[in-house]
Design a protein around this ligand. Structure first.
Ligand code: FEO
Length: 395
């Protein structure tokens, strides 16, 4: 990625990771970017770095603008290695004594990641730093999504450097929202569903606080994907909507199958849901990636899960999906459990337990069918789906 001027004396100097397809378990079908920013003023600031392995590209991008040795301040909004991995190379090149600004938790976490005795400056929430004609304001955003996470606001330019928030795992030649198609919102939605959903309550509080404070934002620069300059309100409003977990009349039927019996049940459940007026779609967990399924879960009201029983247990792929979903804490959902079995049939009981632990409302008792569902059993599955659909429509 070529360095790009995003405002007067402010440059995007990060890199594209075109070929990454698995970001710690999150499927990145179009890669991702690790964004970093260079602000030139009386004190030149490098804001965030990139993943290790891309250090040379980052330093080359900076060198296209200034000699990296002219950087006076390095600023870390977030410790996770996709943004800090290049720090040892950067600090070596810029100068090991260069002040390294971070949050208080950032200080602790960076010290636990790197053995180097860098010239740390831990900042307070709301603290400001003059860099010449411009002032940076630091905003602690703990657990959005790590304890060390913070935003940095550039007062005079009204630019919010938002770390992971408002990001998208997307690598492209486009830099700004107005250069992309609407599809970018799908990447932003997937990012929220898989990274931030479990912090929805904190996120909405932060958004409300920012709105109440009247903070003017002309541009949002996240650490992944495109920059929001045409309409930053669009992504802020989308986050507010996603945080409030106000789902559509939509159902996601998640299942795996051994000999197509649970699959037949899943398709009949979908037919019943649709019959009740609910948009519904089946997802076989071995054909769809769990992070894509979670994107669908985000705005669905009903999550219906099916599993065969294997060795008295849930089918492992379904257990994997349930574990992943539970960690992301979806709110305000209706659930249902079903599955085919041979002789013991515990899977439906275990799915029900997981859905109850996620505090899903379960309007219908779990449905089990022994071996291959015949006509009557499939009709029962349609009824089961219809009843869940009616609960969705009544919600
Ligand atoms: Fe993009 Fe939390 O790192």
């Amino acid at each position: 990625m070529e360095p790009t001027k995003i405002a007067d004396n402010i440059y995007s100097v990060g890199v594209n990771d075109w070929n990454i397809r698995d970001f710690h378990g999150y499927s990145t079908h179009l890669g991702t970017s690790y964004n970093a920013f260079l602000i030139l003023d009386e004190k030149n600031v490098l804001l965030d770095t990139v993943k290790d392995g891309f250090s040379k590209e980052l330093l080359d991008n900076i060198a296209n603008i200034i000699d990296p040795k002219e950087i006076d301040i390095v600023l870390s909004n977030h410790t996770e290695m996709d943004h800090s991995g290049a720090l040892p190379h950067v600090m070596h090149r810029v100068g090991e004594d260069t002040p390294l600004y971070c949050s208080k938790m950032g200080l602790k976490n960076l010290q636990r990641h790197f053995p180097h005795k860098w010239n740390y400056h831990a900042v307070e929430n709301g603290e400001t730093l003059s860099i010449g004609k411009r002032t940076l304001t630091f905003m602690e955003t703990r657990m959005l999504h790590w304890p060390d996470s913070m935003f940095t606001y550039l007062n005079e330019d009204k630019i919010l450097f938002s770390s992971d928030a408002f990001g998208q795992h997307y690598a492209g030649n486009e830099v700004f929202d107005d250069e992309t198609q609407d599809a970018i919102m799908l990447h932003a939605k997937k990012y929220f569903a898989n990274i931030l959903m479990l912090y929805s309550k904190k996120t909405i509080k932060l958004i409300d606080k920012v709105v109440e404070s009247g903070l003017e934002i002309d541009m949002i620069c996240p650490d992944h994907g495109i920059i929001w300059r045409e309409d930053p309100g669009r992504i802020i409003n989308a986050y507010a909507r996603w945080c409030k977990a106000e789902p559509k009349k939509k159902a996601v039927v998640i299942y795996d199958t051994m000999w197509h019996s649970t699959e037949k049940m899943a398709n009949a459940v979908v037919a019943g849901l649709y019959d009740a007026g609910v948009e519904a779609r089946p997802f076989n967990v071995r054909q769809s990636d769990r992070s894509d399924i979670m994107t669908e879960v985000l705005d669905a009201k009903a999550i219906v899960v099916g599993s065969p029983t294997l060795n008295n247990q849930l089918f492992p792929s379904v257990a994997d999906m349930l574990t992943y979903m539970k960690g992301l804490k979806p709110q305000n959902k209706i659930g249902g459990a079903f599955g085919s079995y041979g002789w013991s049939g515990e899977a439906v009981k275990y799915i029900t337990r997981e859905l109850e632990e996620m505090k899903f409302e379960l309007p219908v008792e779990g449905l089990r069918v022994q071996y291959v569902p015949g006509e009557d059993a499939l009709a029962q599955c349609v009824d089961f789906g219809r009843e869940i659909g009616q609960a969705v429509m009544a919600a």
